[in-house]
Design a binder for this molecule. Structure first.
Ligand code: GLU
Length: 314
């Protein structure tokens, strides 16, 4: 009898656990980027924390798609660029006149410098040299294109000044290798697989992006920053450190997410920080300041609670 009751009790506990599991989807980016592995590892850490959440990842076109899909309820969470998050919250650029006021970052993450990769023989040695060249400016739905547009405007150029392509990060390197384009842009964490692979296999270079016009943009808008790619990150074809202009990656959700869910996700990451940082070299040097700053929109209150409890916020 005792055993019988124990079996029933065990069964109902298991049934309850299933009933109480909330399934959430994280939007990431292309599989050769950094969002995809970071999203996958975040999901694993949260799932293993046993907090009643089951996260899964989806490969997507990137920031603009992700934020729109959160608004439409197709995604619960996503990785997104800080500039695109700011623009979405304030109704600018891709979100012109259509602000997403419910957008709420949970965590600030890695630096996402703009990588401008060009063939050695392209004649492009600095940003302004792309005028008249065949250049991929980023795919529709990515955040890449919007960062490029701001950079073009800062230099007094426009999309019409280049022979523009809008390729996905998985296809742009192949086009470059085949000589069908001279350069491509990709806003991605340092050490992203797409850049590592093309630099390892093709006579290509990473063009420095430290122009005074970009310094002025950083002065003006807090979600931009310079980042330095350490020498050799992309192998022998990148023997020196390269300074790049760029943004940072954020982990975002919305006001549709209950506070206790956002809290549980951030707490799981903070409790497993060493495992989280080991996911990808782009995360290796994250500081408490990185989690909290440059968010582009107000932080989710559930996330705020987790940071306060961890002593990172007053
Ligand atoms: N920053 C890119 C975008 O929003 C994605 C980078 C990545 O997938 O790591 O389009």
């Amino acid at each position: 009898m005792k055993r019988f009751f124990a079996a029933i009790a065990g069964l109902s506990l298991a049934a309850m656990a299933i009933a109480q599991t909330t399934f959430l989807t994280i939007g990431t980016g292309g599989v050769t980027g950094v969002y995809y592995p970071v999203g996958g590892a975040t999901a694993r850490i949260v799932n293993e924390a046993g907090v009643g959440l089951r996260l899964t990842v989806e490969s997507t076109a990137g920031s603009v798609f992700n934020i729109s899909a959160i608004r439409d309820g197709q995604l619960d969470l996503a990785l997104a660029q800080s500039d695109v998050t700011f623009q979405a919250f304030n109704g600018q650029a891709a979100f012109d006149g259509n602000p997403f006021e419910g957008l709420r970052p949970l965590m600030g993450l890695h630096a996402e410098p703009m990588h401008l990769v060009c063939l050695d023989g392209s004649g492009v040695n600095e940003f302004a040299d792309i005028a008249g060249k065949r250049v991929s400016l980023g795919a529709p739905g990515s955040g890449v294109l919007f960062t490029v547009q701001a950079m073009l405007a800062a230099k007094g150029l426009s999309e019409a000044d280049v022979s523009a392509e809008y390729l996905r990060p998985a296809e742009a390197p192949d086009f470059l290798r085949d000589g069908r384009i001279d350069c491509f842009f990709y806003t991605v964490g340092i050490g992203g697989a797409a850049i590592r692979d093309i630099m390892a296999t093709t006579d290509a270079k990473l063009v420095p992006l430290a122009d005074p016009e970009f310094a002025a943009l950083i002065e003006e808008l807090p979600y931009y920053a310079f980042a330095t790619v350490p020498a050799g990150t992309y192998g022998a074809r990148q023997p020196d450190p390269v300074t790049l202009f760029g943004v940072k990656a954020l982990f975002v959700g919305s006001t549709a997410m209950p506070d206790d869910q956002a809290y549980a996700i951030v707490k799981a990451v903070l409790d497993n920080l060493a495992a989280f940082q080991a996911i990808h070299p782009a995360l290796a040097n994250l500081t408490a300041e990185d989690f909290l700053s440059g968010l582009g929109a107000p932080m989710h209150p559930g996330a705020e609670r987790a940071y306060r409890e961890a002593g990172l916020l007053q």
